[in-house]
Structures are given as structure tokens and as C-alpha cells.
Design a protein around this ligand. Structure first.
Ligand SMILES: [Zn+2]
Length: 379
């Protein structure tokens, strides 16, 4: 099966089911649905970055970064899922990121915890089913895990347990445990998914800050290898670093892991002296930019295209973008990975421009060259 099949309409998906030996099962058995995608060099594209994008649109408060939008404006959540499906994601991840007990407690909405999770999961499931895509539930770093305080482990495990159980009840095909900076907490997440996840696969990602070790001092390649050996279906990196500073680590992880590797950088121009987006500074003023002023160091589409190609070349087969993502970046990624989501209908064609394109040569656009000169010559 071509791995872009799931971006097409239902009728085409149904046709393709008949040419594929395991097709019936890929639609009905969760662990097969994710894992089968990687057969014969297949890949999975995943849109993330909902939190950042809702903040940018004025529906989520920076600082707390809590997904209240799920309850306050559920139609916006559905619409954003649809936008990312339109631009090529294979997975609809329920927007429960930071929708855990500790975060809800911070804003006095602990009573809304289960409702928020279930609404987010139901919306994601509806969108995924409508398009024949995978739906993922998610758990993430809790903020309260402390390797020096084993008493914190039980609290963390209980937070994972309740979110995993809700996700499974609402039909998640697999679980994502993401943005862990402590290896120990990532392992707790994996164990909780294995214990309470009804057999669905676990994707476990770590967030690489500075230096190249987890905050409990394990080099990322070793941490990923250990998570893989412990049974994670996909391991890798998510958030924290931009394409340029995540890629060197991904290459090291690729060398030591056997299975699918996840890569979800933030689309910002991190460099070796500012490896994380939290450390980026304004190139003009030197003022720190995180979290709300980062647009001046955002990647452009060519950066994302280059990153996508490099990922493809080194065998990254679970790939997406985290905080700062937008549908147009997903389309770049999808095109490099050989997909044709509906958004490709509107991919740029500069030849149509009567200032910059082939059309400008037509007699009726004779003033084009003068206008072009005025536009681009600068001072
Ligand atoms: Zn992120």
C-alpha cells in the first residue's frame, strides 16, 4: 500500500484496501494500524503544535499553555484538525497536551479535567474517522516528576493512568508520550501505556535541551535505545530544538535504534550557540525571544523543505513539526515524503504571476519589468 493512501477520500481508501493483504486488519486492530505503516519503508506524518498555534490565534494563554480552548471553543479545535488533515497529517492527535491534572489545578479547573480530555478525544476521533486517519491520545511531562523524590512517581503514574484510560475508551489507535526531559518520566509514561493502554502502541519522545543529555543525565541516543528496548513502537525527539540543531542528534539516534524514529522539531532557526528555541535571541537587539516574540527567527518554508528532505534521507519515518507548526509547513513535509494532500492543489505556481512569472512576458503586462525593478531593488 502506498503510504499516502490515507490522505485521499474514503472511496480511494476503500479501493486500496483490496490490493493489500492485511488491509482489513489495518482498519480494525489498533497496534497493526500504526505499526503496519512502517512496512516497506513507509512513514507516518504527524501535525503537532496545536498549543502554539492556538496561542498565536488568541485562544490560549502563554505561560500556562493549557488547552482550555477545547471546552471554550471546541469548533476551533475541530477546524484546526481539519486544516492539518487538508495539509497532509496521517494522525489526528487529540488536543490534550497539558490537559493533565496538574495544569488544570493551576487554573482552578480540575473539575473539568475528564470533560476536557473526553471532548478533545471525541473531536479528534470524529475527524480521524471522517478521513480514514489514525487518532492518537497523548500524555506529556507533568512538571512534578522528581527523580530524587520517589513519592512523586505515584502521582505521575496516576496522572498518566487516567488520561490513558480515557483515550482508550474514546478509541485512540495509539498513545503518544511526549516532550519528556527526564528519561525516568518517559519510562514511567511507557510503562503506564503498556499497563493501561489495552495493547495500543506507544510513541515516546524526549525533548532535547542543552547539552545533549536528558535532565537525568542520559545521552539521548542511549535514552531512545532503552525506550525502544523496553517496548516503545516509535522513539525520538519532539520540541525544544529547531531543525538545524535536532538533526545531528537524530543521526546519532538513528545509528543505535532499530525501529521507527520520531522527529518533531520546532520551526525556528536554532543554531549551535542557541540550540533551543527557548535560548534564541533577537538578531537585531539581542533580547531573548521566548515565548511570544519568536516570529522574527521562524523557519521559512524552504527551511522546512530542506529539513524534511534530510529526515527522509537519514531514514526518519515518523515526522512532524511541533510548536510553531502551521498547515503550510505540513504541506512542505508531505510533498517531500511523496504525499499529495488536498492542500497541494494550492501549492505555489509563480509562473502564473504577471510580475514574476512567465505571464510577465506577455505584451499586455509590458510594465511588469519596471514594476518588478521597483519592488525588488531595495534602496
Ligand atoms: Zn513543542
Amino acid at each position: 500500500m502506498r503510504d499516502h493512501t490515507f490522505n485521499y477520500h474514503v472511496s480511494e481508501v476503500q479501493i486500496s484496501m483490496y490490493d493489500y493483504d492485511f488491509s482489513f486488519y489495518t482498519f480494525f486492530i489498533p497496534d497493526v494500524r500504526l505499526v503496519e505503516r512502517f512496512k516497506d519503508g513507509g512513514s507516518v506524518l504527524i501535525a503537532e503544535g496545536y498549543m502554539w498555534e492556538f496561542e498565536r490565534r488568541g485562544y490560549l494563554k502563554a505561560g500556562g499553555f493549557i488547552p482550555e480552548v477545547v471546552l471554550d471553543h471546541p469548533d476551533m479545535v475541530r477546524a484546526m484538525h481539519e486544516e492539518f488533515v487538508h495539509s497532509g497529517t496521517d494522525v489526528v492527535e487529540a488536543f490534550t497536551y497539558y490537559g493533565h491534572r496538574e495544569k488544570l489545578r493551576l487554573i482552578g479547573r480540575e473539575d473539568d479535567l475528564e470533560k476536557l480530555n473526553r471532548v478533545a478525544l471525541k473531536i479528534a476521533k470524529e475527524v480521524a474517522d471522517k478521513h480514514g486517519l489514525l487518532m492518537a491520545g497523548g500524555i506529556c511531562n507533568t512538571g512534578i516528576y522528581n527523580p530524587d523524590d520517589p513519592a512523586s512517581f505515584d502521582t505521575v503514574k496516576n496522572m498518566f493512568k487516567e488520561q490513558i484510560e480515557w483515550a482508550i475508551e474514546e478509541g485512540a489507535d495509539f498513545m503518544i508520550g511526549e516532550t519528556f526531559n527526564d528519561f525516568g518520566e518517559a519510562m514511567l509514561a511507557l510503562e503506564a501505556i503498556q499497563k493501561y493502554g489495552n495493547g495500543v502502541p506507544a510513541v515516546i519522545t524526549l525533548t532535547p535541551y542543552i547539552p545533549d543529555v536528558t535532565t537525568d543525565d542520559i545521552p539521548f541516543p542511549e535514552a531512545c535505545r532503552r525506550l525502544e528496548e523496553a517496548g516503545a513502537a516509535v522513539v525520538g525527539l519532539n520540541c525544544g530544538r529547531g531543525p538545524a540543531t535536532m538533526l545531528p542528534l537524530l543521526k546519532e539516534i538513528r545509528k543505535v535504534c532499530k525501529g521507527p524514529i520520531a522527529a518533531l522539531p520546532v520551526p525556528f532557526r536554532c543554531r549551535d550557540d542557541c540550540r533551543t528555541f527557548q535560548s534564541l535571541k533577537d538578531p537585531d537587539s539581542g533580547v531573548p525571544l521566548y515565548p511570544v516574540d519568536l516570529s522574527c527567527v521562524q523557519c521559512n518554508r524552504s527551511d522546512i523543505k530542506k529539513f524534511s528532505q534530510e529526515c527522509k534521507d537519514i531514514g526518519i519515518n515518523y515526522v512532524g513539526i511541533c510548536c510553531g507548526n502551521c498547515p503550510i509547513f505540513m504541506r512542505e513535509l508531505a510533498e517531500v515524503y511523496g504525499r499529495k494532500p488536498e492542500a497541494c492543489k494550492y501549492s505555489p505556481d509563480i509562473s502564473l504571476s504577471f510580475i514574476f512569472g512567465e505571464s510577465s512576458k506577455e505584451e499586455k503586462y509590458s510594465r511588469s519589468s519596471k514594476i518588478r525593478d521597483f519592488m525588488v531593488k531595495g534602496n
